[in-house]
Design a protein around this ligand. Sequence first.
Ligand SMILES: C[S@@+](CC[C@H](N)C(=O)[O-])C[C@H]1O[C@@H](n2cnc3c(N)ncnc32)[C@H](O)[C@@H]1O
Length: 287
Amino acid sequence: MNAIPPDADRFSLSPRDFDALARFIGERSGIRVPPAKKAMVEGRLRGRVRALGFADIRAYCKYLFREDGLDQEADEIIDAVTTNKTDFFREIEHFHFLRQTVLPRFAAEGRLEAEPLRLWSCAASTGAEAYSLAMTVAEFAAQGRSFRFSVLATDICREVLDTGAMAIYPEELIAPVPAALKLRYLMRSIDRSAALVRVVPELRRTVSFARLNLIDTAYHLPYAVHIAFCRNVLIYFEKDVQNRVLSRICESVVPGGYLFVGHSETIAGFALPLRQVAPTVFQRIEG
Ligand SMILES: C[S@@+](CC[C@H](N)C(=O)[O-])C[C@H]1O[C@@H](n2cnc3c(N)ncnc32)[C@H](O)[C@@H]1O
């Protein structure tokens, strides 16, 4: 009788299969998968191997690369390898800058009356960033002359977009939301033991979710945006991919609009039509 190999063996990728997977993931999503991430890929694909009933990851890779299973599995693989960590009001200085500098500037320029303010969370994950933007703008609108706005939230990963559209979050995730905003924009579930909250319908209506792959530079947004948040995604890309992604994003931001990148990200070395206005905040210039 054949002994069942321990899990570590069943889910260990051969160098050839790892290289093929890493190449595929890089080409499809831009996400770098260096050899140091082998264990991460193995861990994240376990569920897929089990769900499809393969004996081990070797059989799964045979299906992917030698039996034309790759097209079928492409989205599942990308969903599995994306890192979706996010938070409400993550990197809070950006929201302060938006509230204290960008929105008053737009108001003073008369832009908020001329047309709806359009924001884009371009690697939105489960929507915490998009709803934090919506809360910030809604608060500003409530304190002055009211204006219309919308937030487009896009991501390559399908699972997170579903969560974002539902807008239901565990209570511990909303800890960073200021108390006054929690009262206005979040509802507790009737079943208190569930410890869940949901974004109120009025705010949900301002945010829409769509799948968009940033490295597929042929994408078209429904409109150019005034404010783009592209945070904590560039770090997963090679430099040349970062350059392409950022160039395309710049084309989607109106002149005078703003681009925010993550605190650990840089645009240094790229020739982009941007001028820096604060740490990791840039304004789109003509060009
Ligand atoms: C770490 S999360 C960042 C979420 C949010 N921006 C924040 O800062 O909290 C990175 C997100 O980028 C997404 N992502 C990775 N590659 C992408 C691509 N090529 N196009 C669009 N989204 C991508 C992932 O699915 C993931 O949800």
